[in-house]
Design a protein around this ligand. Sequence first.
Ligand code: ADP
Ligand code: MG
Length: 246
Amino acid sequence: MLSVKNLHASVDGKEILRGIDLEVGAGEVHAIMGPNGSGKSTLAYTLAGHPKYIVDSGQVLLDGEDILKMTPDERAKAGIFLAMQYPVEVPGVSMTNFLRTAKTEVDGKAPAIRTWTKELSEAMKRLKMDPKFATRSVNEGFSGGEKKKAEILQLLMLKPALALLDETDSGLDVDAVKTVASGIKAYHNADNALIIITHNAKILEGLQVDYVHVLDDACIVRTGDGSLVNEIIEEGFTALKEDEAK
Ligand code: ADP
Ligand code: MG
C-alpha cells in the first residue's frame, strides 16, 4: 500500500529525515518508536504533505502512485490520514460541520444524512464523548485527552486507507488510552493500514502489530516484530543502541 524509498527531508535547510525506507501492506499495523526529536512527527508530516518539510530526495508511493507531487488535500483524498500529535483548534467550525465537510471532500460526495448521523453518534459513544462535542468548535477549549479522542473520531468517520497516528496516546489517562485503543481497533480491517507512533504498549493492545521500527537521529535504526515494543519499554533506546553496536 505504502512504499517509502530512501526518503530525505529537511526543514529550514536542516536535514531531519536521512534515508527512510518503509513498506506497509494492506491490513498491517506498524509501530514507530524512538527518542524525542528523532524525526517521528517529521516523518508523519512529510507523508501527509506539510509544506514546511521539503523532500530533498526519495520516493513515496501509495498504491503505486507518487504522492510527493500531491497537495495535502489530494493526499487525503488518496487515502492518507494524520492524527496530529498536537491537534489544532479551529474556532468557529463545529465538529459536525468539519467532519461532514471532510467526509464529503475525501469521498467526492456527501454521505447519506441518516446513516451518517447514526454512525457519528455511535462513534462518539464508543469514544465516550459527550454528544455536546458535536456542536462545539473543532478542538476549541478541548482538554488534551478530548483533542486526541476527536482525532480518533475523525479516523472512525473518514475511514482512510492509511492512518498515521502521532502519539495519540500521549497525555491520556489510563481509561482514555483504552477507549482510544478500542476506537483504533474498530477502525482497523484487512483493507487499511496503521502507522502508530507511540512510546507505550497500551495503545497497541488488541491489535496485531506486524512491525516495529525504531527511529533514531532521522534514520530507522532497527525493525523487528511486535515483541520489540516491550523490549524497548523495558530496556530503553540507549540499551538498544549499545546492543546494536556490539
Ligand atoms: P519527534 O516527533 O521524533 O519527537 P520531530 O520530528 O518533531 O521529533 O523533530 C525532529 C527534529 O527536527 C528535531 O530536532 C526538531 O527540533 C526538528 N524540527 C522539526 N520540525 C522543525 C521545524 N519546523 N523547524 C525547525 N526544526 C524542526
Ligand atoms: Mg513527535
